[in-house]
Ligand binder design. Structure first.
Ligand SMILES: Nc1nc2c(c(=O)[nH]1)N[C@H]1C(S)=C(S)[C@@H](COP(=O)(O)O)O[C@H]1N2
Ligand SMILES: [Mo]
Length: 461
């Protein structure tokens, strides 16, 4: 086994790609050769190794199998009369905010059934507004602000003039599991269950390459932040685009693998996930990964976008929405959430699952299962389960299907399991899980309520 992967590339994915147009309404590119440039190939050749390919084959197989099991995505009658009427969606996705905008997650059982790689149509969706109706050929991404050479790139240019990278990344909405918080006290956010998380193989152009090409200025010249802006018109702040920013040091850090992604699981992006291009910032909350990316602006100040300030903050427990507005808590930089916080979830037994204990002998083994993730590339190093209210903790088996990048960073969820005896389950009134990462971060026992984001042990009674 390779100790790490130099540049995770998935050459085999290309061979199983459909040759047709992914979105019928989209004029091009209509075959894969158009989006496999000579630069990309040479970068791939430099970095590939037999072992990497065996990893790619594994994911490729999972992607293919997952796709075969899916019911077709359709224009849903629930989207009739909305601006999303043309978007094809998987009919089993659970809608969390009524009809529109589309905010949805799959059932936890369905999500877990697919394992490490989530089929794109089952990937949770967080849309603040309408899905922009885009075409590959007409789309441009503007790079402007504190750069020597402002530029406007077409998709063809992005794909052919820059190298591309392809690797798996887990996306998580910072609101994942918020329902549990809302049960304690209402937050300003809607009820996400535990499935606002998904993993795909993303392919894209490194942000660093794009910024270098445009001649990003130095810190001394005031270039401190990189802002991203989407395309849709939203109500926030009296009318704005979706936007946010990250520090320039993050944007330029080669170990962070930040890309402008144009493929998900070997196909062009789905409309809901940002077609034709979106940001992927591994290890960060989903809210920083702007979809339908139109503009990259290098600035001194962080983004002044409404959604950058009024969303994705972790405020102290005493701050409710009134106080947050009255005392301008939204604008205090120390409460921003960028890197994901550690989290873990029990997925087996499922919610309200009934186990036929009677027919078992008390020694019958039962395997508890779940997922865990952390942020910033930190590996989840320990997951523990208690069945006696925290008196004793059992250390679980961990499965990390990805290899870390060459800086030893992990971008994906892992799975934990613990074999117990049926009699232990019967005796246990409540189970709880907690994860630890390589910096010994763990989850608090009690939920620390805050206005938006969540994380604590997950319990099953
Ligand atoms: N343009 C745009 N980008 C966006 C959003 C959005 O509403 N508009 N939502 C953000 C949030 S909060 C999350 S969690 C992720 C979700 O990405 P997904 O819908 O592909 O899962 O996209 C982010 N990027
Ligand atoms: Mo989010």
């Amino acid at each position: 086994m390779a100790a790490y992967v130099e540049n995770r590339q998935f050459s085999r994915l290309e061979q199983c790609l459909p040759t047709g147009v992914v979105h019928a309404f989209m004029p091009g590119p209509n075959n894969r050769s158009e989006i496999t440039s000579p630069i990309e190939r040479s970068v791939f050749d430099d970095y590939s190794s037999g072992e990497d390919e065996s990893q790619s084959e594994e994911f490729e197989e999972t992607i293919k199998l997952g796709k075969m099991e899916l019911e077709p995505s359709v224009c849903d009658s629930r989207d009739k009369g909305t601006s999303d009427h043309w978007v094809h969606r998987n009919p089993t996705m659970i809608r969390l905010t009524g009809k529109h905008p589309f905010n949805s997650e799959p059932s936890l059982t369905r999500l877990m059934h697919h394992g490490f790689i989530t089929p794109a149509p089952l990937h949770y969706v967080r849309n603040h507004g309408p899905v922009p109706l885009a075409t590959w050929d007409d789309w441009t991404v503007e790079v402007t602000g504190l750069v020597k050479r402002p530029a406007l790139f077409t998709m063809a240019q992005l794909v052919s003039e820059f190298p591309s990278r392809e690797f798996p990344v887990t996306l998580v909405c910072a609101g994942n599991r918020r329902k549990e918080q809302n049960m304690v006290k209402k937050t300003v956010g809607f009820n996400w269950g535990p499935s606002a998380v998904a993993t795909s193989v993303w392919r894209g152009v490194p942000l660093r390459c794009v910024l270098e090409r445009c001649g990003i200025l130095s810190r001394r010249m005031g270039a401190l932040n990189v802002c991203f802006e989407g395309a849709e018109d939203l109500p926030g702040g009296g009318g704005s685009k979706y936007g946010t920013s990250i520090k320039k040091e993050y944007a330029m850090d080669p170990s962070r693998d930040i890309v402008l992604a144009y493929m998900q699981n070997g196909e062009l992006l789905l409309p809901d996930h940002g077609f034709p291009v979106r940001m992927i910032i591994p290890g960060f909350i989903g809210g920083r990964m702007v979809k339908w990316l139109k503009r990259i602006i290098v600035t001194t100040q962080e983004s002044d976008n409404y959604y950058h300030y009024k969303d994705n903050k972790v405020l102290p427990s005493h701050v409710d929405s009134e106080l947050a507005n009255a005392q301008a808590w939204w604008y205090k930089p120390e409460y921003v959430i960028n890197e994901l916080n550690i989290n873990s979830v029990i997925t087996t037994p499922g919610h309200e699952e009934i186990l036929a204990i009677k027919s078992w002998t008390s020694e019958t083994p039962y395997t508890l299962k779940g997922y865990a993730y952390s942020g910033g590339g930190k590996k989840v190093t320990r997951v523990e389960v208690t069945m006696d209210g925290g008196e004793t903790w059992h250390v679980c088996q961990l499965d990390h299907p990805e290899k870390p990048n060459k800086y030893r960073k992990y971008w994906c969820w892992c799975f934990w399991s613990l074999e117990v005896e049926a009699k232990q389950l019967v005796a246990s009134k409540e189970m709880a899980v907690r994860a630890w990462d390589q910096t010994q971060n763990t989850q608090p026992e009690k939920l620390i309520w805050n206005l938006m984001v969540s994380a604590c042990y997950v319990t099953r009674q």
